[in-house]
Design a protein around this ligand. Structure first.
Ligand SMILES: [Cu+2]
Length: 424
Protein backbone atom coordinates (compact mmCIF):
# COMPACT_ATOMS: atom_id res chain seq x y z
CA UNK A 1 0.00 0.00 0.00
CA UNK A 2 1.67 3.18 -1.08
CA UNK A 3 0.90 6.39 0.68
CA UNK A 4 -0.23 9.41 -1.25
CA UNK A 5 0.95 12.92 -0.57
CA UNK A 6 -2.38 13.53 1.06
CA UNK A 7 -1.71 11.04 3.79
CA UNK A 8 1.47 12.82 4.67
CA UNK A 9 -0.31 16.02 5.56
CA UNK A 10 0.41 16.56 9.13
CA UNK A 11 -1.73 16.55 12.17
CA UNK A 12 -5.07 17.11 10.51
CA UNK A 13 -6.85 14.52 12.58
CA UNK A 14 -6.05 13.23 15.97
CA UNK A 15 -6.51 9.67 14.78
CA UNK A 16 -4.87 8.21 11.74
CA UNK A 17 -5.32 4.50 11.93
CA UNK A 18 -3.79 2.13 9.51
CA UNK A 19 -6.77 0.34 8.00
CA UNK A 20 -5.91 -3.09 9.33
CA UNK A 21 -5.49 -1.72 12.82
CA UNK A 22 -8.83 -0.02 12.43
CA UNK A 23 -10.42 -3.26 11.42
CA UNK A 24 -8.86 -5.16 14.25
CA UNK A 25 -10.55 -2.66 16.54
CA UNK A 26 -13.83 -2.96 14.70
CA UNK A 27 -13.84 -6.72 14.86
CA UNK A 28 -12.73 -6.78 18.47
CA UNK A 29 -15.64 -4.45 19.11
CA UNK A 30 -18.19 -6.74 17.56
CA UNK A 31 -16.89 -9.78 19.34
CA UNK A 32 -16.58 -7.97 22.63
CA UNK A 33 -13.08 -9.33 23.13
CA UNK A 34 -11.18 -6.28 24.26
CA UNK A 35 -10.16 -6.66 27.88
CA UNK A 36 -10.42 -2.99 28.69
CA UNK A 37 -13.73 -1.86 27.26
CA UNK A 38 -13.79 1.84 26.69
CA UNK A 39 -16.44 3.54 28.72
CA UNK A 40 -18.42 6.47 27.58
CA UNK A 41 -16.40 8.68 29.91
CA UNK A 42 -13.12 8.12 28.07
CA UNK A 43 -13.92 9.74 24.74
CA UNK A 44 -11.81 12.57 23.49
CA UNK A 45 -13.03 15.20 21.09
CA UNK A 46 -11.68 14.59 17.56
CA UNK A 47 -9.41 17.25 16.10
CA UNK A 48 -11.70 17.59 13.13
CA UNK A 49 -14.72 15.80 11.75
CA UNK A 50 -15.78 15.38 8.14
CA UNK A 51 -19.11 16.93 7.18
CA UNK A 52 -21.31 14.64 5.13
CA UNK A 53 -23.63 16.35 2.69
CA UNK A 54 -26.56 15.16 0.66
CA UNK A 55 -25.11 13.91 -2.62
CA UNK A 56 -27.24 16.33 -4.66
CA UNK A 57 -25.98 19.30 -2.72
CA UNK A 58 -22.31 18.77 -3.58
CA UNK A 59 -20.77 21.38 -5.82
CA UNK A 60 -19.20 20.22 -9.09
CA UNK A 61 -15.73 20.34 -7.57
CA UNK A 62 -16.84 18.49 -4.41
CA UNK A 63 -18.38 15.75 -6.51
CA UNK A 64 -15.28 15.50 -8.71
CA UNK A 65 -13.07 15.29 -5.62
CA UNK A 66 -15.16 12.47 -4.18
CA UNK A 67 -15.32 10.61 -7.47
CA UNK A 68 -11.56 10.89 -7.95
CA UNK A 69 -10.82 9.61 -4.44
CA UNK A 70 -13.22 6.68 -4.89
CA UNK A 71 -11.53 5.81 -8.19
CA UNK A 72 -8.08 6.00 -6.59
CA UNK A 73 -9.30 3.67 -3.85
CA UNK A 74 -10.60 1.36 -6.58
CA UNK A 75 -7.23 1.31 -8.37
CA UNK A 76 -5.59 0.11 -5.17
CA UNK A 77 -8.19 -2.55 -4.52
CA UNK A 78 -9.96 -0.99 -1.55
CA UNK A 79 -13.52 -1.38 -2.81
CA UNK A 80 -12.85 -5.03 -3.44
CA UNK A 81 -11.27 -5.37 -0.01
CA UNK A 82 -14.13 -3.70 1.89
CA UNK A 83 -16.58 -5.98 0.07
CA UNK A 84 -14.55 -9.01 1.08
CA UNK A 85 -14.23 -7.81 4.68
CA UNK A 86 -17.95 -7.13 5.00
CA UNK A 87 -18.65 -10.68 3.82
CA UNK A 88 -16.10 -12.07 6.29
CA UNK A 89 -17.79 -10.48 9.30
CA UNK A 90 -21.35 -10.62 7.97
CA UNK A 91 -22.83 -12.96 10.58
CA UNK A 92 -22.40 -10.99 13.82
CA UNK A 93 -23.07 -7.51 12.44
CA UNK A 94 -26.57 -7.84 11.00
CA UNK A 95 -29.91 -8.63 12.58
CA UNK A 96 -28.86 -7.51 16.07
CA UNK A 97 -27.83 -4.49 18.13
CA UNK A 98 -24.42 -4.22 16.44
CA UNK A 99 -25.89 -3.30 13.07
CA UNK A 100 -25.99 0.48 13.52
CA UNK A 101 -22.75 0.88 15.46
CA UNK A 102 -20.71 -1.50 13.32
CA UNK A 103 -21.77 0.17 10.10
CA UNK A 104 -21.04 3.60 11.57
CA UNK A 105 -17.46 2.47 12.15
CA UNK A 106 -17.27 0.65 8.82
CA UNK A 107 -18.12 3.73 6.75
CA UNK A 108 -15.82 5.90 8.89
CA UNK A 109 -12.97 3.49 8.10
CA UNK A 110 -13.70 3.67 4.37
CA UNK A 111 -13.91 7.45 4.62
CA UNK A 112 -10.45 7.50 6.18
CA UNK A 113 -9.12 5.50 3.24
CA UNK A 114 -10.60 8.06 0.83
CA UNK A 115 -9.04 10.86 2.88
CA UNK A 116 -5.60 9.39 2.22
CA UNK A 117 -6.13 10.47 -1.38
CA UNK A 118 -7.87 13.72 -0.56
CA UNK A 119 -8.20 14.88 3.05
CA UNK A 120 -11.12 17.16 2.16
CA UNK A 121 -13.56 14.45 1.09
CA UNK A 122 -16.37 12.99 3.19
CA UNK A 123 -18.83 10.30 2.16
CA UNK A 124 -21.98 12.07 0.98
CA UNK A 125 -25.33 10.64 1.98
CA UNK A 126 -28.11 9.68 -0.39
CA UNK A 127 -31.45 10.76 0.97
CA UNK A 128 -33.12 7.87 -0.87
CA UNK A 129 -36.41 8.60 0.89
CA UNK A 130 -37.27 11.48 -1.43
CA UNK A 131 -36.73 9.20 -4.43
CA UNK A 132 -39.07 6.58 -3.01
CA UNK A 133 -41.79 6.48 -5.62
CA UNK A 134 -39.63 5.98 -8.73
CA UNK A 135 -36.10 5.39 -7.47
CA UNK A 136 -34.68 4.48 -10.90
CA UNK A 137 -35.55 7.99 -12.11
CA UNK A 138 -33.26 9.53 -9.49
CA UNK A 139 -30.35 11.55 -10.82
CA UNK A 140 -28.20 9.70 -8.25
CA UNK A 141 -28.55 6.60 -10.44
CA UNK A 142 -27.77 8.52 -13.62
CA UNK A 143 -24.85 8.05 -16.02
CA UNK A 144 -22.94 11.02 -14.64
CA UNK A 145 -23.08 9.75 -11.07
CA UNK A 146 -23.62 6.24 -9.73
CA UNK A 147 -24.80 4.62 -12.94
CA UNK A 148 -27.84 2.67 -13.98
CA UNK A 149 -29.05 -0.92 -13.92
CA UNK A 150 -26.79 -3.75 -15.08
CA UNK A 151 -26.96 -5.04 -18.66
CA UNK A 152 -29.89 -7.32 -19.38
CA UNK A 153 -27.65 -10.34 -20.02
CA UNK A 154 -24.45 -9.96 -18.01
CA UNK A 155 -25.97 -7.77 -15.27
CA UNK A 156 -22.75 -5.74 -15.44
CA UNK A 157 -23.07 -2.00 -14.82
CA UNK A 158 -21.54 -0.06 -17.72
CA UNK A 159 -22.30 3.54 -16.75
CA UNK A 160 -21.46 5.90 -13.94
CA UNK A 161 -18.63 5.95 -11.46
CA UNK A 162 -18.12 2.15 -11.45
CA UNK A 163 -18.95 1.49 -15.09
CA UNK A 164 -15.49 0.11 -15.89
CA UNK A 165 -14.54 -1.38 -12.52
CA UNK A 166 -13.48 -4.94 -11.98
CA UNK A 167 -12.85 -6.96 -8.83
CA UNK A 168 -10.65 -9.87 -7.79
CA UNK A 169 -11.87 -10.78 -4.30
CA UNK A 170 -15.57 -10.47 -4.91
CA UNK A 171 -17.67 -13.24 -6.41
CA UNK A 172 -17.96 -11.39 -9.70
CA UNK A 173 -15.50 -9.52 -11.87
CA UNK A 174 -17.78 -6.58 -12.80
CA UNK A 175 -20.20 -4.56 -10.69
CA UNK A 176 -23.53 -6.35 -10.97
CA UNK A 177 -26.97 -4.82 -10.53
CA UNK A 178 -30.42 -6.08 -11.36
CA UNK A 179 -33.03 -3.49 -10.40
CA UNK A 180 -35.95 -5.24 -8.77
CA UNK A 181 -38.73 -3.65 -10.86
CA UNK A 182 -37.51 -5.24 -14.10
CA UNK A 183 -36.57 -3.41 -17.33
CA UNK A 184 -34.44 -0.88 -15.49
CA UNK A 185 -37.21 0.09 -13.04
CA UNK A 186 -37.07 -0.01 -9.24
CA UNK A 187 -40.09 -0.70 -7.06
CA UNK A 188 -41.13 1.99 -4.58
CA UNK A 189 -39.46 1.95 -1.18
CA UNK A 190 -39.99 3.91 2.05
CA UNK A 191 -41.19 7.52 2.08
CA UNK A 192 -40.06 10.62 3.97
CA UNK A 193 -43.45 10.52 5.70
CA UNK A 194 -42.79 6.99 6.97
CA UNK A 195 -39.30 7.83 8.24
CA UNK A 196 -40.60 10.96 9.97
CA UNK A 197 -43.18 8.82 11.75
CA UNK A 198 -40.53 6.21 12.62
CA UNK A 199 -38.25 8.86 14.15
CA UNK A 200 -41.11 10.39 16.14
CA UNK A 201 -42.50 7.14 17.53
CA UNK A 202 -39.30 5.23 18.37
CA UNK A 203 -37.74 5.66 21.80
CA UNK A 204 -35.72 2.46 22.23
CA UNK A 205 -32.43 1.62 20.48
CA UNK A 206 -33.41 -2.02 19.80
CA UNK A 207 -36.64 -0.88 18.20
CA UNK A 208 -34.83 1.73 16.09
CA UNK A 209 -32.25 -0.80 14.93
CA UNK A 210 -34.93 -3.28 13.82
CA UNK A 211 -37.01 -0.62 12.09
CA UNK A 212 -34.16 1.05 10.21
CA UNK A 213 -32.34 -2.15 9.26
CA UNK A 214 -35.50 -3.83 8.00
CA UNK A 215 -37.22 -0.90 6.33
CA UNK A 216 -35.21 1.59 4.26
CA UNK A 217 -31.87 -0.18 4.73
CA UNK A 218 -32.96 -3.57 3.42
CA UNK A 219 -35.34 -2.17 0.82
CA UNK A 220 -32.65 -0.14 -0.94
CA UNK A 221 -30.17 -3.04 -0.91
CA UNK A 222 -32.76 -5.40 -2.40
CA UNK A 223 -34.04 -2.87 -4.92
CA UNK A 224 -30.61 -2.15 -6.44
CA UNK A 225 -30.00 -5.90 -6.28
CA UNK A 226 -27.02 -7.70 -7.82
CA UNK A 227 -23.99 -7.10 -5.57
CA UNK A 228 -26.16 -4.97 -3.25
CA UNK A 229 -28.27 -7.96 -2.26
CA UNK A 230 -25.18 -9.95 -1.21
CA UNK A 231 -22.71 -9.57 1.65
CA UNK A 232 -20.22 -8.19 -0.91
CA UNK A 233 -22.44 -5.10 -1.22
CA UNK A 234 -19.64 -2.58 -0.39
CA UNK A 235 -18.22 -3.20 -3.90
CA UNK A 236 -21.12 -1.08 -5.18
CA UNK A 237 -20.30 2.60 -4.53
CA UNK A 238 -24.00 3.09 -3.78
CA UNK A 239 -23.41 1.09 -0.57
CA UNK A 240 -21.47 3.97 1.00
CA UNK A 241 -23.89 6.78 0.19
CA UNK A 242 -26.77 4.55 1.31
CA UNK A 243 -25.14 3.63 4.64
CA UNK A 244 -24.09 7.24 5.15
CA UNK A 245 -27.83 8.03 5.01
CA UNK A 246 -28.69 5.19 7.40
CA UNK A 247 -26.07 6.54 9.78
CA UNK A 248 -27.50 10.06 9.43
CA UNK A 249 -30.92 8.78 10.52
CA UNK A 250 -29.38 7.03 13.53
CA UNK A 251 -27.41 10.18 14.41
CA UNK A 252 -30.52 12.35 14.15
CA UNK A 253 -32.46 9.99 16.38
CA UNK A 254 -29.66 10.15 18.95
CA UNK A 255 -29.43 13.94 18.81
CA UNK A 256 -33.14 14.47 19.51
CA UNK A 257 -32.51 13.28 23.07
CA UNK A 258 -28.74 13.01 23.52
CA UNK A 259 -28.86 12.46 27.26
CA UNK A 260 -30.87 9.28 26.90
CA UNK A 261 -29.93 8.08 23.44
CA UNK A 262 -26.27 8.78 22.71
CA UNK A 263 -25.07 5.64 24.46
CA UNK A 264 -28.32 3.65 24.45
CA UNK A 265 -27.65 0.06 23.38
CA UNK A 266 -30.44 -2.48 23.85
CA UNK A 267 -31.88 -5.56 22.18
CA UNK A 268 -30.41 -8.80 20.87
CA UNK A 269 -26.69 -8.73 21.82
CA UNK A 270 -27.30 -5.43 23.61
CA UNK A 271 -26.25 -7.09 26.87
CA UNK A 272 -22.78 -7.97 25.59
CA UNK A 273 -21.45 -4.46 26.10
CA UNK A 274 -18.67 -4.51 23.54
CA UNK A 275 -16.46 -1.41 23.45
CA UNK A 276 -18.77 0.32 21.07
CA UNK A 277 -18.92 3.64 22.85
CA UNK A 278 -16.15 5.04 20.70
CA UNK A 279 -18.53 5.33 17.76
CA UNK A 280 -21.68 6.41 19.53
CA UNK A 281 -20.94 10.07 20.05
CA UNK A 282 -20.22 11.94 16.84
CA UNK A 283 -17.12 14.03 16.97
CA UNK A 284 -15.63 11.99 19.79
CA UNK A 285 -13.68 8.80 19.61
CA UNK A 286 -10.17 8.55 20.83
CA UNK A 287 -10.08 6.77 24.12
CA UNK A 288 -8.60 9.10 26.68
CA UNK A 289 -9.42 10.45 30.06
CA UNK A 290 -12.20 12.96 30.18
CA UNK A 291 -15.69 13.48 31.35
CA UNK A 292 -18.50 12.55 29.00
CA UNK A 293 -20.85 14.81 30.89
CA UNK A 294 -18.81 17.82 29.90
CA UNK A 295 -18.92 16.91 26.23
CA UNK A 296 -22.09 18.22 24.73
CA UNK A 297 -21.32 18.91 21.09
CA UNK A 298 -22.64 16.56 18.46
CA UNK A 299 -19.67 16.59 16.14
CA UNK A 300 -20.43 16.62 12.50
CA UNK A 301 -24.17 16.30 12.74
CA UNK A 302 -25.58 19.25 10.88
CA UNK A 303 -28.63 20.59 12.59
CA UNK A 304 -31.42 21.46 10.26
CA UNK A 305 -32.82 24.88 10.83
CA UNK A 306 -36.51 25.58 10.84
CA UNK A 307 -38.18 26.41 7.54
CA UNK A 308 -38.02 30.05 6.57
CA UNK A 309 -41.20 32.10 6.29
CA UNK A 310 -42.85 31.75 2.91
CA UNK A 311 -41.05 28.48 2.18
CA UNK A 312 -43.29 25.51 1.59
CA UNK A 313 -43.59 23.55 4.80
CA UNK A 314 -44.42 19.93 4.07
CA UNK A 315 -44.92 19.09 7.75
CA UNK A 316 -47.55 21.79 8.12
CA UNK A 317 -49.32 20.55 4.99
CA UNK A 318 -49.32 17.00 6.29
CA UNK A 319 -50.84 18.02 9.62
CA UNK A 320 -53.50 20.08 7.84
CA UNK A 321 -54.48 17.21 5.58
CA UNK A 322 -54.76 14.41 8.11
CA UNK A 323 -57.42 13.81 10.79
CA UNK A 324 -56.24 14.59 14.32
CA UNK A 325 -56.21 10.96 15.42
CA UNK A 326 -53.99 9.95 12.48
CA UNK A 327 -51.52 12.73 13.27
CA UNK A 328 -51.62 11.75 16.94
CA UNK A 329 -50.92 8.11 16.21
CA UNK A 330 -48.17 8.42 13.61
CA UNK A 331 -46.73 11.89 14.20
CA UNK A 332 -47.03 12.42 17.96
CA UNK A 333 -44.46 15.20 18.00
CA UNK A 334 -46.31 17.17 15.30
CA UNK A 335 -49.54 16.60 17.24
CA UNK A 336 -47.96 17.89 20.44
CA UNK A 337 -46.37 20.80 18.60
CA UNK A 338 -42.94 19.94 19.97
CA UNK A 339 -41.17 18.19 17.11
CA UNK A 340 -37.40 18.44 16.92
CA UNK A 341 -36.11 19.49 13.46
CA UNK A 342 -34.09 16.26 13.36
CA UNK A 343 -37.17 14.04 13.55
CA UNK A 344 -38.74 15.60 10.50
CA UNK A 345 -37.69 14.05 7.18
CA UNK A 346 -40.20 16.12 5.19
CA UNK A 347 -37.49 18.09 3.46
CA UNK A 348 -37.93 20.20 0.37
CA UNK A 349 -35.37 18.18 -1.50
CA UNK A 350 -37.27 17.13 -4.57
CA UNK A 351 -37.23 13.85 -6.49
CA UNK A 352 -36.01 14.01 -10.08
CA UNK A 353 -33.98 17.05 -9.15
CA UNK A 354 -30.68 17.28 -11.04
CA UNK A 355 -27.46 17.31 -9.09
CA UNK A 356 -26.24 20.62 -7.77
CA UNK A 357 -23.36 20.11 -10.17
CA UNK A 358 -25.83 20.82 -12.93
CA UNK A 359 -25.98 24.36 -11.70
CA UNK A 360 -29.31 24.37 -9.88
CA UNK A 361 -30.11 24.55 -6.23
CA UNK A 362 -30.92 21.06 -4.95
CA UNK A 363 -33.41 22.08 -2.29
CA UNK A 364 -36.60 23.54 -3.60
CA UNK A 365 -40.28 22.94 -3.28
CA UNK A 366 -42.20 20.95 -5.76
CA UNK A 367 -45.80 21.40 -6.84
CA UNK A 368 -47.75 18.35 -5.74
CA UNK A 369 -49.91 16.76 -8.42
CA UNK A 370 -53.62 16.55 -7.47
CA UNK A 371 -54.10 13.26 -9.29
CA UNK A 372 -51.78 11.61 -6.78
CA UNK A 373 -54.03 12.36 -3.83
CA UNK A 374 -54.48 9.22 -1.70
CA UNK A 375 -52.08 7.25 -3.91
CA UNK A 376 -48.95 6.66 -1.86
CA UNK A 377 -47.55 3.29 -2.99
CA UNK A 378 -47.52 0.43 -0.50
CA UNK A 379 -44.12 -0.14 1.13
CA UNK A 380 -42.03 -3.08 -0.11
CA UNK A 381 -41.38 -6.37 1.65
CA UNK A 382 -38.02 -7.98 2.26
CA UNK A 383 -37.51 -11.37 0.64
CA UNK A 384 -37.11 -14.67 2.54
CA UNK A 385 -33.56 -15.04 1.16
CA UNK A 386 -32.58 -11.61 2.40
CA UNK A 387 -34.06 -12.20 5.86
CA UNK A 388 -32.13 -15.43 6.10
CA UNK A 389 -28.87 -13.79 5.02
CA UNK A 390 -29.34 -10.96 7.52
CA UNK A 391 -30.26 -13.29 10.35
CA UNK A 392 -33.41 -11.22 10.84
CA UNK A 393 -36.19 -12.05 13.28
CA UNK A 394 -38.99 -12.86 10.85
CA UNK A 395 -41.87 -12.12 13.27
CA UNK A 396 -40.39 -8.71 14.04
CA UNK A 397 -40.07 -7.94 10.33
CA UNK A 398 -43.58 -9.19 9.53
CA UNK A 399 -44.99 -6.83 12.18
CA UNK A 400 -42.88 -3.94 10.90
CA UNK A 401 -44.11 -4.49 7.34
CA UNK A 402 -47.76 -4.82 8.41
CA UNK A 403 -47.47 -1.58 10.43
CA UNK A 404 -45.81 0.19 7.49
CA UNK A 405 -48.65 -0.89 5.22
CA UNK A 406 -51.29 0.29 7.68
CA UNK A 407 -49.43 3.61 7.91
CA UNK A 408 -49.68 4.12 4.16
CA UNK A 409 -53.32 2.92 4.12
CA UNK A 410 -54.22 5.45 6.82
CA UNK A 411 -52.64 8.33 4.91
CA UNK A 412 -54.28 7.28 1.65
CA UNK A 413 -57.66 6.88 3.33
CA UNK A 414 -57.36 10.49 4.45
CA UNK A 415 -56.64 11.46 0.81
CA UNK A 416 -53.20 12.70 1.81
CA UNK A 417 -51.22 14.24 -1.03
CA UNK A 418 -47.52 13.39 -0.74
CA UNK A 419 -45.25 16.07 -2.22
CA UNK A 420 -42.76 13.35 -3.18
CA UNK A 421 -44.89 11.67 -5.83
CA UNK A 422 -43.47 12.17 -9.28
CA UNK A 423 -45.45 13.57 -12.20
CA UNK A 424 -45.82 11.13 -15.06
CU1 LIG B 1 -23.74 -4.61 6.39
Amino acid sequence: MSTSDASEQKGRRSQRWKPLAAFTLAIAAVNGQTSTPAGAESLEKCASTPVRKEIRSLSTSEWQAYRTAVNQAQEQGWNDWFGWMHDQVAGPIHGNAKFLVFHRRFIADYEQILQRYNPSVAIPYWNALVDYQQPAASSVLGDDYFGKDGDAGSECVTSGIAGSWSYKLSTTTCLMRKFNGGNGAINSWYSPEYMTSLLQTTTDYADLRNKIENSLHGAVHLAINGAMSTMYSPVDPVFWIHHSNIDRLYAQWQAVSPGERTFMYTGVDGDKKPPIYSVMRLGFGKQASGDANKLSSNGNLRKRSAQKCGQRDYAQQLVKQLPKEVVGKFFPKFAAGNSHPLENELTTLSPLKPMAADGEKPFHSKQACESHRGKMPAPPKLTPDWLKMQGACTEEVAKLEADAKSFVDSLNKASYLSPYLVHD
